[in-house]
Design a protein around this ligand. Structure first.
Ligand SMILES: [Zn+2]
Length: 207
């Protein structure tokens, strides 16, 4: 077993948490830019990446802003809170202090473009442009299936897929996407080293 077994386990793990970081440079707005204009650009960008629209907006009980296609289930909002709670706890342990407020974050919940991974496990993922994964084993022909995707640093926003169960997976994806953003603002060197999973590095990055 050894080698083969380890290899396939690693592939499953990577697929389960695969995520993309695609940053639109134009979105990083100068300080003082009108919030409304920033939101319009952010929403337009999220729509472009996901192919969805996000008419529903709410906040979790802890203050995370959530855009969705329709009202998310309470379990989803709770799972989002829990993902951030875990992320912030670990980030503080590393001495990080920036972007550790729930209200610093915006989460888009898009339609899942597949519900099961290649092993048949429940794994709602979004199809996003292949980007750094183009030509890799994950490339499905110009796109990849990702558990989540960082959209912008300012505001700190990412995209996840709709789930109707497996709430722990929602928390994990939130924590994992959030890791990229926390690292960007607190440890740029480690961010640069770990942002691109096509060249190595996987989640959780911070233990
Ligand atoms: Zn990632």
């Amino acid at each position: 077993m050894g080698q083969m077994f380890k290899k396939s386990l690693r592939a499953i793990f990577l697929l389960a948490v695969l995520c993309a970081v695609a940053i639109s440079g134009t979105l990083i707005s100068p300080a003082g830019a009108q919030q409304q204009g920033t939101d319009r650009k952010l929403i337009a960008y999220a729509e472009q990446i996901s192919g969805d629209t996000f008419p529903f907006v709410t906040r979790t009980s802890n203050g995370v802003r959530v855009f969705a296609r329709s009202r998310p289930r309470t379990e989803v909002l709770v799972a989002i809170n829990e993902g951030f709670t875990e992320l912030f706890r670990i980030a503080r342990r590393h001495g990080y202090t920036r972007r550790l407020n729930y209200s610093d974050y915006t989460v888009f919940i898009g339609r899942a473009d597949r519900l099961k991974d290649s092993q048949g496990n429940y794994s709602p993922d979004v199809a996003v442009p292949a980007g750094q994964y183009a030509g890799s084993g994950y490339d499905q022909g110009g796109f990849i299936y990702a558990g989540g995707m960082v959209l912008t640093f300012n505001p700190s926003a990412f995209l996840i897929a709709e789930h109707d169960r497996a709430w722990q997976r929602v928390s994990n994806v939130v924590r994992y996407e959030g890791e990229h953003l926390v690292l960007y603002f607190n440890d740029r060197a480690l961010y640069n080293k770990t942002a691109d999973h096509s060249t190595g590095g996987y989640h959780p990055i911070l233990q």
